[in-house]
Design a protein. Structure first.
Length: 164
């Protein structure tokens, strides 16, 4: 990541870079498979429904690995599986938050559900996207553990992201 020293320009460049990576990844996926959109965020309900939602437990504020965030609690089309923006519709909010982060302003923690060792965002999709675009490895989050009737047998493969 090259910084110009101008936070506004750097935030804009970060968004454009993330958007370009998403476009190229979608193009490559469609050329390889020729159908569908397998690059969408995984929905929490799709994972928990077969296991049976039994309850939840608040775990409080924690620092979690960005590569353990694999999906969303609700249906979202603004970001792909790696939290890259799928359109310019989110650009103004994305750049505003990225600029605040670059200026050192306090950014509130995200909120996630934890199933096994994986996390699903309930609030903070833009913040996760910015963290992924700027190659951060950790993020602060309020974590709620999902209790299931059947324990998760195994965790799905985590998408390849930069390792810390």
């Amino acid at each position: 990541m090259l910084d110009t020293g101008f936070p506004q320009a750097d935030a804009e460049n970060d968004f454009l870079r993330a958007r370009r990576r998403q476009f190229l990844a979608t193009l490559a996926y469609r050329l390889r498979s020729g159908r569908g959109d397998g690059n969408r965020l995984v929905r929490l309900d799709d994972v928990v429904a077969p296991l049976g939602w039994r309850g939840q437990r608040q775990l409080g504020l924690q620092t979690i690995r960005l590569d353990a965030i694999v999906g969303t609690a609700e249906s979202r089309r603004d970001f792909d599986r790696r939290f890259r923006p799928t359109s310019t519709r989110v650009r103004s909010r994305w750049e505003r938050l990225a600029l605040a982060q670059r200026r050192g302003e306090a950014i509130p923690p995200i909120e996630v559900y934890r199933v096994g060792g994986l996390h699903y965002v309930t609030d903070g999709h833009h913040r996760v996207s910015i963290a992924a675009a700027t190659r951060q490895c950790l993020i602060d989050a309020y974590v709620t553990q999902v209790l299931t009737a059947v324990p998760p047998a195994h965790e799905p493969a985590v998408a390849a992201r930069p390792r810390c």
